[in-house]
Design a protein around this ligand. Structure first.
Ligand SMILES: C[S@@+](CC[C@H](N)C(=O)[O-])C[C@H]1O[C@@H](n2cnc3c(N)ncnc32)[C@H](O)[C@@H]1O
Length: 220
């Protein structure tokens, strides 16, 4: 069993500004752990990119699967406090994470094209008024952790429908997305398939009031 990275260096004050790991975080860790053997078998020096890294716990966990001196870890977040927390969580657990402040993969897409071995995104997935989502994105604070627009998939839609995921993944590269039932995970799977990816729901469970899913897409 891979240990959950320590976040004990982060304070209550940090978690007022940055998303605190919760059930949606943990289902993503579980999906990665379930694929640990396949990940390490097929990738020796992986380039791993997480969008929306928050506390940094997911990227740190992924580095533990590969071994912390193996691979390159890039963690993106729109929230500058998340960038800082991600770096300190990496350090506290012995991994170097490059934190970048941008929206989705803006400014990085052409550099990453065909090179990403593992792409992760636990997005803001709660269905909200579009105005509320736009305001949350503008503030780049904690509100941006959950406000997901009309169907909760505004950011994921942008990644899928603009072909960003299929574009940046390397051959054999994998993308893991968290979604809830209201996001229509099977619809996400269908649209990822349209982009030429092998996609499926690999994990689903109820937690509190949410029916959480992890969608995995692999570039053949
Ligand atoms: C649900 S939280 C997930 C945090 C962490 N990965 C986890 O699983 O605990 C979503 C994260 O996405 C970030 N985010 C929201 N909009 C973003 C955007 N346009 N580009 C990059 N990150 C974004 C938020 O700041 C937040 O840290």
């Amino acid at each position: 069993m891979i240990p959950t990275p320590s976040t004990s260096h982060l304070t209550k004050e940090d978690f007022r500004k940055v998303y605190e790991p919760a059930e949606d975080t943990f289902i993503l860790l579980d999906a990665l752990e379930a694929d640990a053997e396949a990940l390490t078998r097929s990738l020796s020096a992986p380039l791993c990119v997480e969008i929306g890294s928050g506390s940094g716990i997911v990227t740190t966990f992924l580095s533990q699967i590969f071994g912390s001196n193996t691979g390159t870890y890039i963690a993106i977040d729109l929230n500058p406090h998340a960038n800082r927390c991600t770096v300190t969580t990496g350090k506290a657990n012995g991994v170097h994470i490059e934190a970048i402040r941008t929206s989705l993969l803006s400014g990085l897409r052409s550099r990453l094209r065909g090179n990403v071995d593992v792409l992760l995104f636990n997005p803001p997935y709660v269905p909200t008024e579009e105005e509320e989502e736009a305001m949350a994105q503008g503030k780049a604070g904690i509100e941006g952790s959950w406000a997901g627009g009309a169907t909760g998939t505004r950011l994921v839609d942008e990644l899928i429908d603009d072909g960003v995921i299929s574009d940046v993944l390397a051959e054999g590269g994998r993308c893991y997305l968290v979604a809830i039932k209201q996001n229509d995970p099977q619809g996400l799977v269908r649209r990822l398939k349209v982009q030429g990816l092998e996609a499926e729901v690999v994990l689903a469970r109820r937690a509190g009031g949410e029916h959480l899913h992890v969608v995995r897409a692999i570039k053949p």
